[in-house]
Design a binder for this molecule. Structure first.
Ligand code: PMP
Ligand code: GLN
Length: 388
């Protein structure tokens, strides 16, 4: 075992999906849709395979997909992207995140990110020998309608060794959607300290009005320093395809591309062809996706409420955090183990998305995914009502 991996166990997603299977539980744990992506996109992949798009793609990504990524960025975010100098296609956002860290961060550098964090951030920061500086998000309270952070804590986390700040909006698992004002202030801080930004936007199409996704790279103070990472997994309900991309100013994209060429070299070529078709789907596809998720959010919120759980209403993503502090369990892991084996519902214990120092902040919470069909959400609610 290398020292690098010695502190990693099995990811919480694999662990709880296996437990869900073992106990026949309804799986609201790992965030993958239990419905399929659009037929037109699946057919585009089949056509590409039939028509011989089966050898290596060029390492930066098939040109047509890079063009589609640029068109999509202009259509939905008003962002101008040169497909030849600003885009690299990756095997999911997960690879993109590693490539960004490998391309931009040296051993001994510091990386600032918010907690709770998507678990691969912490692992990937370790892989490149950098040190994470975590800034906790705090739950909504009398003074804050949404999850929030203390600006002094953010300022204190940024220092002379800080190379990168990782943002995730819409945020997994809190559902926070960073506002333009927050992004402008973050941009001013990053400009002052010459910090680059990795913006993970895999839930960019899953937001609930009045919240709106603002692409950080379109905020003037962030434009020159921000690397945008996204993927087709959530936007097209195709998480198993693992087609992602980075959009970055040419110099940053060049640095990241140097890493990408030796991490995977290229991403599955027929799926790249199909992802170009997905990104070009008409407006109605994207509004329907958000509307369907809004209905699912309401359905699960109601189910949790009826089961006596106080849940925080997410502005985006397909996750709900619920307060489990009153249920008498030692922590969120004990609660989620009980839930999966005795109640028959799998959820994720969010304390794994915190550093040891702030782990207690997640111990009174459980994360429920609502990227599931109505029947599954209803069955989960029924079990929670009956047995929790
Ligand atoms: N970032 C966040 C915030 C996520 O929730 C996920 C999980 N799906 C990813 C990145 C990874 O995305 P992909 O499946 O495209 O690798
Ligand atoms: N992003 C998904 C989640 O947060 C899981 C991804 C994974 O299994 N690594 O549930």
């Amino acid at each position: 075992l290398s020292q690098r991996v010695s502190r990693f166990g099995t990811t919480v997603f694999s662990e709880f999906s296996a437990l869900a299977q073992k106990h026949g539980a309804v799986n609201l744990g790992q965030g993958f849709p239990d419905f399929d992506g659009p037929d037109a996109v699946k057919e585009a992949a089949q056509r590409a395979i039939r028509e011989g798009v089966n050898q290596y793609a060029i390492t930066t990504g098939a040109r047509d997909l890079r063009v589609a990524i640029a068109e999509h960025a202009a259509r939905f975010h008003g962002q101008t992207v040169d497909p030849d100098t600003m885009v690299t296609v990756t095997s999911g956002a997960t690879e993109a995140i590693l490539d960004v860290l490998l391309g931009l961060v040296d051993p001994g550098d510091e990386v600032v990110a918010f907690e709770p964090f998507y678990d691969s951030y912490d692992a990937n920061i370790t892989f490149v020998g950098a040190t994470p500086r975590w800034v906790p998000l705090r739950p909504p309270d009398a003074a804050h309608a949404q999850w929030w952070f203390d600006w002094d804590e953010l300022r204190a986390a940024i220092g002379p060794r800080t190379r990168l700040l990782i943002l995730n909006t819409p945020h997994n698992p809190t559902g926070k959607v960073f506002t333009r004002e927050e992004l402008e202030r973050i941009g001013a801080l990053c400009a002052e300290h010459d910090v680059k930004v990795l913006s993970d936007e895999v839930y960019e199409h899953i937001t609930f009005a009045p919240a709106r996704h603002v692409r950080p790279a379109t905020v003037p103070s962030l434009a020159d320093r921000t690397v945008t990472v996204s993927s087709g997994g959530k936007s097209f309900s195709l998480t198993g395809w693992k087609v992602g991309w980075i959009i970055a100013p040419p110099a940053l994209r060049d640095a990241i591309q140097r890493a990408h060429q030796f991490v995977t070299f290229a991403t599955a070529s027929p799926l790249q062809a199909a992802m170009a078709a997905a990104l070009r789907l008409p407006e109605a596809y994207f509004t329907d996706l958000a509307a369907a998720y809004l209905a699912r959010r309401e359905r699960l919120m109601a189910g949790l409420r009826e089961a006596g759980l106080k849940a925080y209403l997410p502005d985006g993503s397909y996750f709900i955090l619920a307060d489990i502090a009153g249920f008498g369990f030692a922590d969120d892991v004990a609660f989620c183990r009980h839930l999966v084996s005795e109640v028959g519902v799998a959820a994720i214990p969010p304390s794994v998305f915190y550093s040891p120092e702030h782990r207690h902040l997640g111990q009174g919470l459980a994360r429920f995914a609502f990227c599931k069909t109505d029947a599954v959400l209803d069955e989960a609610s029924r079990r929670l009502r009956a047995k929790l």
